[in-house]
Design a protein. Structure first.
Length: 117
C-alpha cells in the first residue's frame, strides 16, 4: 500500500497530514468559488483565471477520457481549471498502466476529456 495508508493504523491519514502540513498549494482561488466538471461550464471561473477545482482547493474526482498516449477511461483528480484561447482546460492527476506497473501522470487536458465521477 502507499505510504500513510496501512490498514489498521490509528494515526492520521496521508490526506490529513497533507492538509495539516501548513504548506499552501498556491493555486487555490477564492474559497467557495463554484467550479463545474462536465459539459455545463456555467459555474466555471471567470475567463483568464485559474482556480482550484473544489471548494477550498481540495480537488475533485473525475474520469479522464482518452488522454494522450493512454487510450481508455482513467480515474483522476481534477486539481485546477484554466481558460486558454477561449476553451477550458483542467489540470488533472491520474494513473495509467505503465511498462513496470501504474504510472502517475499530471497534465492539462481539454475540458471535453473530463467528466464528473
Amino acid at each position: 500500500m502507499a505510504g500513510g495508508m496501512h490498514p489498521g493504523r490509528s494515526g492520521r491519514s496521508l490526506g490529513e497530514r497533507a492538509v495539516n502540513s501548513g504548506i499552501r498549494s498556491g493555486m487555490a482561488g477564492p474559497p467557495g468559488e463554484p467550479v463545474a466538471v462536465g459539459p455545463d461550464r456555467s459555474s466555471a471561473p471567470a475567463p483568464g483565471n485559474s482556480t482550484a477545482a473544489g471548494e477550498g482547493g481540495e480537488g475533485r474526482h473525475c474520469w479522464v477520457r482518452n488522454p494522450p498516449d493512454a487510450p481508455g477511461i482513467w480515474p483522476g483528480l481534477l486539481v485546477e481549471w484554466r481558460q486558454r484561447d477561449g476553451s477550458w482546460q483542467g489540470r488533472v492527476a491520474y494513473t495509467v498502466a505503465g511498462p513496470h506497473g501504474p504510472a502517475l501522470v499530471e497534465a492539462w487536458l481539454p475540458a471535453a476529456r473530463l467528466e464528473p465521477r
